[in-house]
Design a protein around this ligand. Structure first.
Ligand SMILES: Cc1cc2nc3c(=O)[nH]c(=O)nc-3n(C[C@H](O)[C@H](O)[C@H](O)COP(=O)(O)O)c2cc1C
Length: 334
C-alpha cells in the first residue's frame, strides 16, 4: 500500500537516485519501527541450513551490506549481500541503470560498484540481523581474468566467518570476461581451488559454510551439462539460477531496451526458468537449486519451485511490485 503510493515519486527520479533514496528511507523507517512486515513461517531446510521461509533477496540490491537490518524487517527468509570484490571500486560510469516499465524490466551495467570486502565485513558486524545471510563474491575489474581465482580466494577467506553461505558470482555480464569462468579449465580450476580452501577453512573454524555458484541464463545445453558435471565433481553445495541476460527479447523496441548490460525482470523469466529446469534435470536432486529471474508475483515463485527450486530470490520484482511481493511469494509456494 505504502509502496504503491511512493512508486510514482520514485519512478520520477533517475533509477540510481531512486534506489539510493529508497534504501536510505527504508533504513530510517526501520530505525523508528516502521516498515516492518510479518510474513508467515514456511521453514525449508537447504544446504544444512534452516530457512524461515523460501523467499530471499537477490544479490546486487545491497552490495555492501549497509541495509541488512532494514531489508530483513521486510520479512525475507534470507538476504544475499554483494557482489563484493577484494578492493573497493567505482563501477562503470553513470548512467548505468535503466528502468523499462512497459516490460517490467531493468537493464543494468553497474559493474560491481562496491566499497570492498573489508567495509562489507564492518557493515555485517554492525548489523543486528541473526538470520540467514548469503555473501556474494566477485573479482575486481582490473584483476586479469587469468588471476580471478586469487580475488575469489581473498573474498572467501575474509567473509567465511560472517556468511551463512557464500555465492561465487561468475555470471555478471558487466565485468569483462567474467562469464568465461563458466566454462572449460577456468571453471574446473576455480571450483577445485575454492572447494579445497572451503574445506580447510571449515577445519580451521570448526564450522562448514556452504559454497554456491551463480550462473547466467545465456547457457547452451552443453554448457549446462558441463557445469552440472563440475558441480557434482567438486561437491558444490548449491546453485543459483540465474543472473541477468544479454538477450533483449521483449524489450528491443522499448525506450532503453538496447542499452548495454544485463536485462532482468519479467522478460528474463522464461529463459531463466528453462535454465533452472535444465539444471534440475541434470542434477537430479543432488544439489539444491535457488531460482531467480523474473519473479513479479507469487505464481512465478511457484513456477520456479515446480521447475526444481528449493528457494527463490527476487530483485526487479521489489522495484515493480514492492515489498508485498515477499508474502505473495511465500504464500504461493508449497
Ligand atoms: C541493478 C542490479 C544489480 C545487480 N547486481 C548484482 C550483483 O552485484 N551480483 C549478482 O550476483 N547479481 C546481481 N544482479 C542480478 C540479480 O541478483 C538477479 O540475479 C537478476 O536481476 C534476476 O532476477 P530479477 O529478475 O528478480 O531481478 C543485479 C541485478 C540488478 C537489476
Amino acid at each position: 500500500m505504502l509502496y504503491s503510493l511512493a512508486r510514482p515519486l520514485l519512478f520520477s527520479l533517475a533509477p540510481e537516485r531512486a534506489h539510493e533514496l529508497t534504501l536510505s528511507l527504508l533504513k530510517k523507517a526501520h530505525k523508528v519501527g516502521a516498515m516492518r512486515q510479518d510474513v508467515a513461517a514456511k521453514p525449508v531446510t537447504c544446504m544444512g541450513i534452516e530457512f524461515p521461509n523460501p523467499v530471499g533477496l537477490a544479490a546486487g540490491l545491497d552490495k555492501n551490506g549497509a541495509y541488512i537490518d532494514a531489508l530483513a524487517g521486510l520479512g525475507f527468509g534470507f538476504i544475499e549481500i554483494g557482489t563484493i570484490t577484494p578492493r573497493p571500486q567505482a563501477g562503470n560510469p553513470k548512467p548505468r541503470l535503466f528502468r523499462i516499465p512497459e516490460a517490467k524490466a531493468i537493464i543494468n551495467r553497474m559493474g560491481f560498484n562496491n566499497d570492498g570486502v573489508d567495509q562489507l565485513i564492518e557493515n555485517v558486524k554492525a548489523a543486528k540481523f541473526k538470520g540467514i545471510l548469503g555473501i556474494n563474491i566477485g573479482k575486481n575489474a582490473d584483476t586479469p581474468v587469468d588471476d580471478a581465482v586469487s580475488d575469489y580466494l581473498i573474498c572467501l577467506e575474509k567473509v567465511y566467518n560472517y556468511a551463512s553461505y557464500i555465492t561465487v558470482n561468475i555470471s555478471s555480464p558487466n565485468t569483462k570476461n567474467l562469464r568465461s569462468l563458466q566454462s572449460g579449465h577456468a571453471l574446473t580450476d576455480l571450483l577445485e581451488t575454492l572447494k579445497k580452501r572451503q574445506l580447510e577453512l571449515a577445519e580451521e573454524h570448526k564450522h562448514y559454510v556452504p559454497l554456491v555458484l551463480k550462473v547466467a541464463p545465456d547457457l547452451s545445453e552443453q554448457d549446462i551439462q558441463f557445469i552440472a558435471d563440475q558441480l557434482l565433481q567438486f561437491k558444490i553445495d548449491g546453485l543459483i539460477v540465474t543472473n541477468t541476460t544479454l538477450s533483449r527479447d521483449g524489450v528491443e523496441n522499448l525506450p532503453y531496451g538496447n542499452e548495454t548490460g544485463g536485462l532482468s525482470g519479467a522478460p528474463v523469466f522464461e529463459k531463466s526458468t528453462a535454465c533452472l529446469a535444465a539444471f534440475a534435470q541434470q542434477l537430479n536432486g543432488q544439489i539444491p537449486l535457488i531460482g531467480v529471474g523474473g519473479i513479479l508475483a507469487g505464481e512465478q515463485a511457484l513456477a520456479k519451485q515446480q521447475a526444481g527450486a528449493m528457494l527463490v530470490q527476487i530483485y526487479s520484482g521489489m522495484i515493480y511490485t514492492g515489498p508485498s511481493l515477499i508474502p505473495d511469494c511465500v504464500n504461493a509456494m508449497t
